[in-house]
Design a protein around this ligand. Structure first.
Ligand SMILES: Nc1ncnc2c1ncn2[C@@H]1O[C@H](COP(=O)(O)OP(=O)(O)O)[C@@H](O)[C@H]1O
Ligand SMILES: [Mg+2]
Length: 200
């Protein structure tokens, strides 16, 4: 459903990664580990067609990268690493509404609050809810538990794990210890993507 062959991205003179090849399953949790600056965000943004690859092939739900950028709207969604919210209330930030998601992530009590007035943790939950409530087939979640306190981390992780039972979730992280069991584990490091055995 999402695959890449010989994928590479360069900014200016420097390659972030090259030769990235993978085939992701239709559903399940896929984790991409890697230190800061290794290219995790860049890779997710390419899969979300927000960034254009420099070389290589990507297939997204049966479409080439260019077709996917033109044709896909809500099937493949990216949730920002930073807790990005728009002006207005939390409700105004939720383009798709799903009471179960709002409930599960603990957003119901803050729906009427100004999104920009919330703490980083709540703003991060809004960025997650914005994506998950639209029920994308592929949810690209960039460090989804960053900014969250331990309790919210657990709640978000459980919800994301549940979501990945029926959909594909790609989760980037540099904290392997706090991840739910994953279908597949990769590491992005020194410009290359490696599949790791699923042992932590
Ligand atoms: N728009 C950009 N222009 C130039 N360099 C960039 C841009 N975006 C990311 N980079 C560089 O690409 C590398 C990978 O960044 P990123 O994908 O954010 O890594 P990660 O998410 O793993 O921390 C970094 O060296 C970063 O500085
Ligand atoms: Mg990143």
């Amino acid at each position: 459903m999402i695959s890449a062959a010989g994928l590479g991205k360069r900014f200016g003179d420097g390659w972030v990664f090259r030769g990235v090849t993978f085939q992701l399953p239709e559903r399940g949790l896929v984790v991409v580990l890697g230190p800061n600056g290794s290219g995790k965000t860049t890779l997710l943004k390419i899969l979300a067609t927000l960034l254009e690859p420099t070389e290589g092939e990507v297939e997204i739900l049966g479409l080439s990268w260019g077709e996917a950028r033109r044709r896909l709207r809500r099937e493949v969604l990216y949730a920002h690493q930073e807790p990005v919210v728009l002006s207005g209330t939390v409700e105004d930030n939720l383009f798709c509404r799903d009471y179960d998601v709002e409930d599960a992530l603990g957003l119901r009590p803050v729906l009427r609050k100004k999104a920009k007035s919330l703490s980083g943790g709540y703003r991060k939950l809004v960025t997650l809810a914005r994506v998950l409530a639209c029920r994308p087939k592929v949810a690209l979640l960039d460090e989804p538990t960053a900014f969250l306190d331990p309790e919210k981390r657990q709640i978000a992780a459980a919800h994301i794990a549940e979501y990945s039972r029926k959909n594909l979730v790609v989760w980037t992280s540099h904290y392997p210890s706090e991840l739910p069991p994953a279908e597949r584990l990769y590491e992005l490091r020194d410009g290359a993507l490696k599949e790791l055995s699923n042992i932590r």
